[in-house]
Write a protein that binds this ligand. Structure first.
Ligand code: 13P
Length: 249
């Protein structure tokens, strides 16, 4: 089974109008990529990003509300993201699980809403350092997957991102063996639950301090189908070599 690789950038709460030029530079550097490229800018930029980004760059949201409309001040629905030009949405990022106490059940509801709006979802899972030290990593990941991913997914509309919390924004990266162990486990769980059709076609991304300097080694690990990149996705100069590494993987 060959899975098309995915280089995804999560800009988090970074970026204003001036950042849109990064999309152009990125597209110029990758006119014909062998991998999919996705940028998830802040919600304020989605509409303009979707209009200005050349077609080889998809645009995504970073969260959505489970309801389509309603009295939820400050929130954005999956339908609104799709209407603004997003094709994907990141759900269950550890920063949202922590800042807003999002539970697996909350994430699952959002996934159902996003799929209903025609979006593809990137569901994030990952352990804290305390959980890793207590040798609970695989239990935590298995539990998050079981709780956050609904039954209705397909290999086309689901992406799973493994983001160890302790590796996000810290410059610390798990060893390649540790990454491989978790990605193999996620693959096994997907196949066991959804069968080979969905399980083998779902892409699994690694996220957490991916940089131009470590990307190629990470992309060599089995069952790593790309990356979800934070800090190094903010400029085309940093993200482009990561895309190139994935193109060559
Ligand atoms: P960094 O690449 O900045 O560590 O962030 C990873 C991340 O959280 C992507 O969603």
């Amino acid at each position: 089974m060959t899975r098309r690789k995915l280089a995804a950038g999560n800009w988090k709460m970074n970026g204003t109008s001036a950042s849109l030029k990064e999309l152009k530079s990125l597209a110029e550097a990758h006119p014909n990529p062998n991998c999919d490229i996705l940028i998830c800018p802040p919600a304020t930029l989605i509409d303009r990003a979707a209009k200005t980004a050349p077609e080889q760059i998809a645009i995504g949201g970073q969260d959505c509300h489970p309801n389509a409309t309603g009295a939820h001040t400050g929130d954005i629905s999956a339908q609104m993201l799709a209407d603004a030009g997003a094709s994907h949405v990141i759900l269950g990022h550890s920063e949202r699980r922590e800042d807003y106490e999002e539970s697996d059940a909350d994430v699952r509801e959002k996934v159902v809403a996003a799929l209903g709006a025609g979006l593809k979802v990137i569901v994030c899972v990952g352990e804290s350092l305390a959980e890793r030290d207590a040798r609970n990593t695989l239990d935590i990941i298995g539990g998050q997957m079981a709780g956050s991913i609904p039954d209705v997914v397909t290999g086309e509309n689901l992406v799973v991102a493994y983001e160890p919390i302790w590796a996000i924004g810290t410059g610390k990266v798990p060893t390649l063996d540790q990454i491989g162990e978790v990605h193999d486990f996620i693959r096994l769980r997907l196949v066991r639950r959804f069968g080979e059709g969905v399980g083998l076609s779902t892409r699994i991304l690694y996220g957490g301090s991916v940089k131009p300097s470590n990307a190629a080694d990470i992309f060599d690990v089995s069952n790593v189908d790309g990356a979800l990149v934070g800090g190094a996705s903010l400029s085309a100069a940093d993200f482009s070599p990561i895309v190139t590494a994935l193109d060559n993987a």
